[in-house]
Design a protein around this ligand. Sequence first.
Ligand code: ADP
Ligand code: MG
Length: 298
Amino acid sequence: MEKVLQLTDVSKSYGSVKALKDVSLTIPKGSVFGILGPNGSGKTTLMSIVLDVLGADSGTYQWFNLPHSANARKRIGSLLETPNFYHYLSAVDNLKITSAISGRGTDADIDAVLEIVKLTERKKSKFSTYSLGMKQRLAIAAALLGNPEVLLLDEPTNGLDPVGILEIRELIKRLANEGITIIIASHLLDEVEKICTHVAILKRGTLLTSGPVDEVLSNEDIVEIGSADLSSLKECLSGMENVLSIKEDNNRLQVHFPAGTANMEAVNQFCFNKGITLNLLLNKKKSLETKFFELTND
Ligand code: ADP
Ligand code: MG
């Protein structure tokens, strides 16, 4: 797996508030990576750190597997806060200013990014006449100047109506199809489930879990299990009531159960009764409901 970004033990406090606690995270190239967590969980802090807007107290991060360099920054487009566009200027003129200030993109790029976010028809209209959704799309266009390989979006659908949300969702999917790695911070589980391939869940600065969405947010419980003889273990478990499927991975088995039904003791007892000794038994993942509960409760 090619990595775009690697965080290792990143911590950050604001006075007595611990905004991030030893966060380690790998973002694969080509993923749509959701950073999911309630308000105040540290999403914006994390994004600000990897964009060099904010310094971490400890820990490291690395872009593109390269030593820290300003060059990496040029390959990253971002939308952290809604940029200050001039209300009396058109989309084109606003992007010309953004491009001049950031040193990213040419006049030809401006037309191209406006086309990508579907604002070509309105490119000469004043910013003040734009809907909220169009304003947000213009902000994404600005982030796309200079053909970035990675796009960071902090709560890109905040404040938008359902149509605006749908347009941003479709835009993100199109960008991902073109091979851009997209990192999205969001407090909306639904949004992350719909567009992300991977997710990391933050709660009060602590990373609860991360991985492919279907693994992290699935409605199944997964128990990771191992023994000296995997094939007889597999055969034994396929006879256990409740087992949905069994996958072999990395010299261990991942056994899927319906959400909330995995029972570690029962699994252990079942194998023991069949004469199999386990050398590994791990509750790999909780159901979506459990995750949600963890997120929204203290
Ligand atoms: P999120 O983006 O997930 O809502 P933030 O990264 O904005 O979370 O905030 C994480 C925590 O850090 C919160 O408790 C927030 O109040 C605090 N925080 C963020 N920025 C500052 C700041 N500049 N000064 C003090 N506390 C801050
Ligand atoms: Mg935030």
